[in-house]
Write a new protein. Structure first.
Length: 284
């Protein structure tokens, strides 16, 4: 069981080598670069060189890159979506994503995480066409593996993403399961489809990005599903805050759950009062 963390933890700060070093010293070797500007200013070539040099000097595993979906702060914020109804905005979004992916020249990512649409957006079948075109351009430009994340809208439910994968038939599209978003979406059922994770908690009403065990997600049930799915990826925290040390206890508790479930799923279910996979009562 390997834990990672997104630089989004320090989302109100600007990412630099010192930011990354603070995450490494807190015990995280797997790092996701959250590329919304101004948090990570991928326009700054000196910063990109510095980030690349830091990863090389520390001999860390390849990071993941969260592609930009929002830019600016406060009233100046604007969405970046290649699914926009207007062609000029779709093209501008792709140009922005390509600009971000210049980072891949300095740090070759394990994969990139992509949002389809904006929060609350309704589904339109044409969204699949736009998504296909966008992912094709991203892959041609940078040759990266794309993970589509479930977010709270009608386009990015797990069922919609799986439907898109079947229709698109594009290789190397995976699903990054976001535990907090899945909780808001009322996600139930197995997690056999998961290739990557974003791990955080909430109380079922807002996307609070709390540490696990601070909200209302049933973590024993969540871990059970990943163990049954033979999940082999990292657990990438997307909590937000300032106290990075909170993660120590969280990692310990999640690892204990993981080890218990791996040791004996029957005893684990009895201990945490979980129903079996076949009884139709799986919980998120």
């Amino acid at each position: 069981m390997e834990f990672g963390i997104s630089t989004q933890f320090y989302r109100k700060r600007r990412v630099n080598a010192d930011t990354l070093e603070s995450l490494r010293k807190a015990g995280y070797n797997r790092i996701e670069l959250f590329c919304n500007r101004p948090h990570l200013d991928y326009y700054d070539r000196n910063l990109l060189r510095s980030i690349g040099r830091w990863f090389e000097e520390n001999a860390l595993p390849a990071p993941s890159i969260h592609l930009p979906f929002l830019e600016g702060e406060g009233a100046d914020r604007r969405w970046i979506t290649p699914l926009d109804p207007e062609r000029r905005y779709r093209e501008a979004a792709i140009d922005e994503i390509k600009r971000c992916l210049e980072l891949a020249d300095r740090v070759r990512p394990e994969y990139v995480v992509m949002h389809l649409g904006n929060p609350g957006e309704s589904f339109n079948p044409v969204a699949f066409e736009y998504a296909y075109a966008a992912i094709l351009q991203i892959r041609r430009f940078a040759g990266v593996t794309v993970m589509v994340e479930n977010i709270p809208n009608e386009i990015s439910t797990i069922d919609r993403i799986q439907e898109f994968k079947r229709v698109a038939e594009v290789a190397d599209i995976g699903i990054c399961y976001d535990s907090g978003h899945g909780h808001l979406q009322g996600m139930t059922g197995d997690l056999d489809f998961v290739a990557a994770t974003h791990i955080h908690d909430n109380n079922g009403e807002r996307d609070d990005h709390l540490w696990p065990f601070e909200g209302s997600i049933e973590w024993p049930a969540f871990i059970e599903k990943l163990v049954l799915a033979n999940y082999a990826g990292s657990f990438v925290f997307e909590a937000r805050g300032e106290d990075i040390e909170k993660g120590n206890e969280v990692r310990s508790r999640l690892k204990d759950l993981w080890d218990e479930a791996r040791n004996s799923i029957e005893e684990y279910r009895l201990k945490y009062k979980l129903q079996g996979r076949d009884d139709g009562n799986d919980r998120s």
